[in-house]
Write a protein that binds this ligand. Structure first.
Ligand SMILES: [Mn+2]
Length: 581
């Protein structure tokens, strides 16, 4: 972690200027012969040498790690090979979200294509129903395997916490291969093989693969085992990139290579599914990570949220364009339903909070309505975090139990907070920033108070103010096409490699040309003391317009390209402004 300088103004956003290691910056400037701000960005991303910079700027598929380094891979591949050879029945089992359904699609589609013997019902996939069965390996799923004579189950994006159910499967002579990326419990399932770089003793060098990423490594390993061209695995990279984007895993290391080539494929040679979803959403430009998150992700997730996630796998593994279009239409309509419910629920939750006299003094938000749709509580929690910036839980009820989703603010571990309330919960699980839980209806009030106590007692006060991390301080004169071209090579952006944010100090409105648009945003024309002027747009910044009028002011922004009437120009996407000191 780099030591950083915190500038704090009450009531404003926190601007944190990152401080890279100066020795490394100096070394990179010398070795790379590029401008200092670029070297600062590299140093902040953990790059210290010419070689590392080269790897970063020129991702290569050869940089992917050998899948056989992963603990359990040799066993998994030989067991699957054996199953293929002996015409055993294989069930590919995965979670209902984007990561799970893309993972199942990759492994199922690969097996189906390369082993025609396994066609028909000797190879099948199974996605548990989000509400009837819930997350992870289900008893229903195993009973399904048993009743249909499947003797090998490959679990994807789940299974690592299912020791009990793996035992249950084995009691019927069903072997289980687990491919998961979630943090294991102390007791690992006694599966035939476990692929999970986070398990103790796994030497695999990159720990942050998505669930679909693990499925991809398995396919890559099978390609190597059967001496097939690796293209048979690479064809799934658009799905892997989709999972990386949707599951919010860091886009550095191996994930960056996978995401880079996955986006390239989505742009140049997409699967019919991605192409169809893209067209329906009206996206004409090359796909970005945000498109995967905001365009593809919700449509795939909508299937599991509103109906049945099997549709998502059907979409990704069907070759007939007419059929793909039909499924995509269904997903589109699920997504429209989902959006309507989302809007309604957010509205109701906001209203509840506006009427809550204790809101101002609380450090957390817990809202509950037994009639809300289970499929949108997570999204609504995220929206409430955006609006009120507190660790947030949204609860609803189904089948006599209350369940909900938790979302956190930057830097606060919400999973730990739930863990501290565990005596009030029936079940809980999740990560640092997002988690889920179930509890009994009569415990909701006690839980609401306890959660507030836990958050209030442990959260650092500054975490309740949103933070903007600034990569470098720049004069406006530094923003030139050549500079932008280098910035462009930092893509794809995402967690672990955010779009660079810059700070320019002491800028002025240029000749009164900056103005408020649509009552909410500011269109900027700014210049600095060197007479360089730039255009910019600041969404939702209208209330800060007085700073712009009275100037000079400081401004944080990212740089983007704006195409207008055929001409491409650089423009600043302004994130915040404040008066210069
Ligand atoms: Mn996952």
């Amino acid at each position: 972690m780099n030591p950083s300088l915190v500038i704090s103004t009450p009531g404003a956003k926190r601007w944190t200027v990152q401080k890279p290691d100066e020795t490394i910056v100096a070394h990179l400037c010398e070795a790379l012969k590029v401008s200092r701000p670029i070297c600062q960005l590299l140093a902040l991303r953990g790059i210290t040498t010419y070689e590392e910079a080269k790897t970063f700027f020129r991702p290569q598929l050869e940089q992917l790690h050998d899948p056989f380094v992963m603990k359990g891979m040799t066993e998994a591949v030989s067991r699957i090979a054996e199953a293929v050879e002996w015409h055993e029945r294989i069930l590919v089992y995965g979670d209902y979200d984007v990561d799970g359904t893309t993972a199942v699609s990759v492994v199922y589609d690969y097996l189906r294509r390369h082993y025609p013997d396994l066609r028909d019902d000797s190879l099948a996939y199974y996605i548990p129903h989000r509400y009837r069965e819930g997350y992870g390996v289900s008893k229903d799923g195993i009973d399904y395997a048993r009743e249909h004579g499947y003797n090998l189950i490959i679990t994807l994006d789940c299974g690592i916490k299912s020791a009990e159910l793996v035992r249950y499967a084995q009691s019927f002579g069903i072997d289980v291969i687990i491919c998961d990326h979630h943090l294991p419990d102390e007791e690992l399932p006694k599966a035939f093989a476990i692929l999970n770089p986070k398990q103790p003793g796994c030497p695999y060098p990159f720990k942050e693969l998505s669930g679909c990423g693990i499925g991809f490594k398995l396919v890559q390993a099978m390609c190597m085992h059967w001496k097939q061209p690796l293209e048979n695995a690479y064809r799934y990279l658009d799905l892997v990139a989709t999972s990386i984007a949707a599951d919010i895993v860091p886009i550095d290391g191996e994930n960056r290579v996978l995401a880079f080539y996955g986006l390239k494929q989505a742009a140049e040679n997409p699967s019919i599914a991605i192409q169809t979803l893209k067209k329906m959403a009206g996206v004409t430009r090359a796909m970005t990570i945000s498109d995967l998150v905001f365009v593809i992700g919700p449509r795939v997730n909508a299937a599991g949220r509103m109906d049945d996630a099997k549709k998502a796998v059907a979409l990704f593994t069907t070759e007939d364009p007419v059929e793909v279009q039909r499924i995509a239409d269904e997903l589109q309509s699920d997504n429209t339903d989902r959006r309507e419910k989302d809007r309604e629920t957010t509205e109701q939750a906001m209203e509840m909070l506006r009427n809550d006299a204790t809101r101002e003094s609380r450090k957390s938000t817990v809202v509950y309505d037994p009639d809300w749709h289970k499929g949108v509580v997570g999204i609504v929690a995220s929206r409430l975090v955006e609006k009120f910036y507190r660790p947030t839980i949204v609860l609803t009820q189904s089948n006599g139990k209350v369940s909900g989703s938790a979302r956190s603010v930057m830097g606060f571990n919400i999973y730990e907070a739930l863990h501290a309330c565990r005596d009030l919960l029936e079940a809980y699980g999740g990560h640092f920033y997002a988690a889920g839980m179930t509890l009994l209806p009569e415990k909701v009030e006690t839980f609401r108070n306890r959660f507030e106590e836990v958050v209030a007692g442990s959260i650092a006060p500054e975490l309740l103010t949103p933070e903007i991390n600034i990569d470098a301080v720049l004069p406006l004169s530094a923003i030139k096409p050549a500079f932008f071209n280098l910035l462009h090579q930092f893509e794809p952006f995402g967690p672990g490699n955010s779009r660079p944010v810059f700070l320019s100090r002491g800028v002025h409105d240029y000749r009164g040309l900056s103005r408020v648009v649509k009552d909410a945003h500011i269109r900027f024309v700014v210049h600095d003391k060197n007479g360089v002027s730039m255009d910019g747009i600041g969404f939702g910044l209208a209330e800060k317009f007085p700073y712009v009028q009275t100037g000079p002011f400081d401004m944080v922004y990212s740089v983007e390209e704006n195409e207008f009437q055929g001409a491409v120009r650089l423009q600043l996407k302004v994130l915040d402004v404040r008066p210069s000191y």
